[in-house]
Write a protein that binds this ligand. Structure first.
Ligand code: FES
Length: 114
């Protein structure tokens, strides 16, 4: 998916995997992956490439209507869709490369049941 060293602290990195736009983020010493699609109205979270996080780097933010999400699980904690969650999936870092398990890719590539 990407080199782990390419994921900037406080910004994230947008990549395309299995036809899906994915944001990669660092938090709590780990790398997290979320589909770049807001559960509120389905817009991309970012307006600028790789600009996903609030200014303090603590939360993901959808630029359309201001929803805020936890990085570790994508749960909306503020804004127009509280309790909804971004679609997230597990990734590992192998020899400096961020990789997703095949089953996880298949899961997020399937149509979302919203
Ligand atoms: S589309 Fe994300 S907050 Fe509305």
């Amino acid at each position: 998916m990407a080199r782990a060293s390419e994921i900037p602290h406080g910004r994230g990195l947008c990549v395309r995997v299995a036809g899906i736009d994915v944001g990669l983020f660092r938090a709590d010493g780990r790398i997290w992956a979320m589909e770049n699609r807001c559960p509120h109205a389905g817009h991309e979270l970012n307006l600028q490439p790789n600009e996903f996080l609030t200014s303090d780097g603590e939360l993901l933010m959808c630029r359309s209507h201001g929803a805020r999400f936890r990085v570790e699980d994508g749960l909306c904690v503020l804004g127009p869709c509280p309790g909804a969650a971004l679609r997230s999936f597990a990734v590992d870092v192998v020899e400096g490369i961020v990789v997703a398990q095949r089953e996880e890719l298949a899961r997020i590539a399937a149509p979302a049941s919203r």
